[in-house]
Design a protein around this ligand. Structure first.
Ligand SMILES: [Cu+2]
Length: 150
């Protein structure tokens, strides 16, 4: 009986929160990520922004359909567009990375919009983000918080 209770507690604790830290990328993942960083934001900020370059090393386009982190309530795919001298953000449901090509998320363009940080994130902190593709592979990346260089 004692063993059963212990097992039960172990099961509960392993499902009680999402944590990607000990998870490995799925083996069939067809892309790599470089130059990933999160722009430091003021402590009161409810949103932060991440930039990265996704390299598709395969002969087929890759669609990123989801980005998640246990340090944010949600992550959206955005692009800053300029129209009539005004900047606004467009939201996408997915990101397309062409075959044998890169998708660059960079300042003034496409980015990950990170909502409601669950703790104060300072320069040097690292955020784990999980990217999931339409064919259900995923990659887990470590993204450092950095100071914005103007
Ligand atoms: Cu945005």
């Amino acid at each position: 009986m004692k063993n059963i209770i212990t097992l039960f507690i172990l099961l509960i604790s392993s499902y009680s929160h999402i944590s990607f830290a000990n998870e490995a990328d799925s083996t069939t993942v067809r892309f790599t990520v470089e130059n990933a960083w999160i722009a430091e934001a003021p402590p009161v900020s409810k949103v932060m922004v991440a930039y990265l370059t996704i390299n598709n090393q395969s002969n087929q386009a890759i669609t990123i359909v989801k980005a998640e982190s246990d340090l944010y309530s949600s992550i959206e795919f955005h692009e800053t567009v300029h129209e009539n001298g005004l900047a606004r953000m467009v939201r996408y449901s997915e990101l397309l990375v062409p075959a044998n090509d890169n998708l660059e998320l960079k300042r003034g363009g496409k980015h990950l919009m990170l909502f409601n940080p669950t703790k104060r994130l300072k320069i040097g902190d690292t955020v784990t983000i999980r990217l999931t593709t339409a064919d259900d592979t995923f990659k887990i990346i470590s993204v450092p918080v950095k100071k914005v260089q103007y």
